[in-house]
Design a protein around this ligand. Structure first.
Ligand code: EPU
Length: 352
């Protein structure tokens, strides 16, 4: 059996570092207390080959974390937490209109959006200010303001734990759906190491999502371009979503529920203000925020666990809430929405 204990100097050289019994409080945007048996920061994807040679990494439960912006710890992690911190953006191919770029998993998503805008690529501006890393973006197929990351993903490179090697998944293999992918469904299988995106300089702007045109008008923008759309969406987000740097949160805590169109129609007859949007295959997506607000939860606070007063979908940690406090509140919200509307709202973050 290999021993994972290498000297710090050697670990630096091989592209990773290790901390035993590590605090995760600064590693999750809810800022709740939790510890891991071993925390591994990986700065070079090539180090995974060596790391997964160690029995501890192969045998203990593994949790892959980016910036921890989509996880709620309700207890310590009884194994290894692996954080991909490898950085780099490279243009693989560019014909002047379309380009393929390769981005290492540890890059910040928002930095990538600004990089793409700075180089004249269109499309990612709708996904500005989403917290988290590039490696996490395909896992839950991040989306906002009418755009999802799946629209740009050309390939995902990942360490396949059962196979014990790096693999490349094409978009079909990623099996993207609303806030979902193969990486989320087979969470224990893949460690995303890099994502390749196909970007275009001529893609049409998407400004039909509620509020975007109004925000552009408020900015005095006559003819929008991808920079002004990024500015408008940044302002919308800053107004509507609490900033995780200021108050612990993980963005939307629940997914918008998808129900069949008949159920949606009957709910809308009973509740004419319930927002609903068409979804694939005779289904409708309902606004979870509206359902939660209607149950009276917007802005509530129980101890330090609360629901944001800016957006009913966002749970917040006012200071010293534990993960269990936040989960208890989430469970109460879910039960009340079920009791009142007969609709199940599923949590969006990973709950440990
Ligand atoms: N609404 C309420 N109460 C609220 C907030 C919203 O009733 O407190 C209603 C409004 O009527 C509004 C509707 O809900 O028209 C939709 O609100 P919003 O535009 O904020 O979108 P959302 O469906 O609540 C989703 C994503 C967000 C993303 C926004 C904008 C999910 C789970 N959430 O929220 O993503 O920023 O659309 O595109 O799909 C995230 O995933 O962490 C996230 C923040």
């Amino acid at each position: 059996m290999n021993d994972y204990r290498v000297s710090p100097a050697k670990a630096e050289g091989v592209g990773y570092s290790l901390v035993e019994n590590a605090s995760l409080q600064a590693r999750n945007t809810f800022r709740v207390a939790a510890r891991a048996n071993l925390l591994v920061d990986v700065r070079k994807a090539a180090a995974l080959d060596e790391l997964f040679g160690y029995a501890m990494l192969r045998e203990q439960p593994l949790l892959v974390l980016g910036e921890g912006s989509n996880v709620l710890f309700t207890r310590d992690w009884p194994g290894v937490v692996l954080s991909m911190a490898n950085r780099g953006i490279a243009i693989v191919d560019d014909d002047g209109i379309r380009a393929r770029i390769r981005v290492e998993a540890g890059e910040s998503w928002n930095d990538l959006v600004h990089w793409s805008i700075g180089r004249g690529f269109a499309g990612m501006e709708n996904l500005v200010l989403i917290p988290g890393t590039v490696g996490a973006s395909p896992i839950q197929n991040i989306g906002a303001y009418g755009v999802e990351v799946r629209e740009f993903v050309a390939a995902v490179d990942a360490w396949d734990r059962p196979l014990g090697r790096l693999v490349r998944l094409d978009p079909a293999q990623c099996a993207f759906a609303y806030r979902d992918s193969v990486f989320k469904r087979e969470r224990n299988r893949f460690v995303v190491t890099a994502v390749e995106f196909e970007l275009s300089r001529t893609r049409e702007l998407r400004i039909d999502y509620a509020g975007v045109r109004e925000e552009l008008a408020a900015l005095g923008v006559g003819v929008p371009d991808h920079r002004s759309v990024a500015e408008a969406i940044s302002r919308l987000r800053m107004r509507k979503l609490p900033n995780p740097a200021l108050i612990g949160n993980a963005g939307s805590f629940f997914k918008n529920p998808v129900v069949d169109t008949l159920t949606a129609a009957s709910l809308q007859r009973a509740h004419p203000h319930l927002p609903a949007w068409p979804a694939a295959g005779d289904h409708s997506k309902l606004s979870a925020a509206w359902l939660i607000e209607s149950c009276g939860f917007k802005g509530v606070r129980e101890g330090d666990a609360g629901v944001s007063d800016q957006h009913a979908l966002v749970l917040v940690n006012h200071g010293n809430a534990s993960g269990a406090d936040l989960l208890a509140l989430a469970d109460r919200i879910r039960a009340q929405v079920q009791a009142r509307f007969g609709v199940d709202i599923e949590p969006e973050p990973l709950i440990v």
